[in-house]
Design a protein around this ligand. Structure first.
Ligand SMILES: [Zn+2]
Length: 255
């Protein structure tokens, strides 16, 4: 079995026994991999455990593991922590957004399917979450992630009649139809929710920004007053598409 070294972010963790952890690592070149870190909590005579006392969600590190897509779980043989997210961990809001970002990555992609751009975006947003620009940084990451995974809802044209939606008239959103609905079609769509036209224009504006030169400084400053309804709408959409509830939204949205 080939041993590989790759840069990874921990996006899922189960304490497996007193001494071991099962981790879902998002690796830059190999995609999601499930590894077992045996002895993660066991101290050696020298005082340190093999994996620095255990690996935490969102930690970034250089990992060595055996790569075999035929196996569900492979051993992690080395881990050196490069990013413990100490600044992010000082702010509860940043922690929830970071954990939600990790949950989305672990749910929206298949195992062993590399997405280097998404990896770099996740790595970047985990740094931006410790700044004052966390709301807009997270939203822009979320939209990129949905686009890259094929889960982005239709946000420019009514999914029923195809008319361009500019956020001027009444706007609605339907998780069942996977997109926005205009004022003329809304009465026929049972699960529609009204969507503030200003928020729709905001989403469209972010989606139109050129990706290549994307920087958080080009995004409008946002508050939770704006991001909560958008995040909530996107959660409803993602849960509908997955057919499953997500774990983090209740913390992220405080509902
Ligand atoms: Zn319509």
């Amino acid at each position: 079995m080939a041993m590989v070294r790759d840069y990874c972010i921990c996006v899922g963790k189960v304490e497996y026994s007193e001494t071991s952890q099962i981790l879902n690592l998002f690796s830059r070149d190999h995609g999601l991999v499930r590894v077992i870190a045996k002895g993660a909590h066991r101290r050696t005579k020298a005082g340190a455990s093999r994996f620095d006392g255990g690996i935490d969600l969102l930690d970034g590190g250089d990992a060595v593991f055996s790569f075999d897509p035929a196996r569900e779980l492979v051993p992690l043989t080395e881990w050196s922590l490069t990013e413990g997210r100490l600044d992010l961990r000082k702010n509860l809001r940043a922690i929830y957004l970071g954990l939600y970002a990790a949950e989305l990555v672990s749910r929206l992609f298949e195992e062993h399917d590399p997405h280097r751009e998404v990896f770099d975006r996740l790595s970047g947003v985990l740094m931006e979450l410790s700044t004052a620009r966390l709301e807009e940084a997270f939203l822009s990451f979320e939209l990129d992630l949905l686009k890259e995974s094929g889960y982005l809802p239709e946000l420019f044209s009514c999914v029923e009649c195809g008319i361009r939606m500019d956020g001027i008239g009444l706007s609605f959103f339907s998780p069942d139809r996977g997109g926005v609905i205009c004022g003329r079609c809304e009465s026929a769509i049972p699960d529609r929710q009204q969507l503030d036209g200003r928020l729709l224009r905001l989403l469209q504006g972010i989606l139109r920004l050129p990706r290549g030169e994307m920087s958080v400084l080009r995004l409008p400053r946002l508050t939770r007053h704006q991001t909560d309804p958008i995040n909530s709408m996107l959660v409803a959409h993602i849960e509908h598409r997955l057919g499953k509830r997500l774990r983090l939204p209740k913390y992220m949205l405080g509902r």
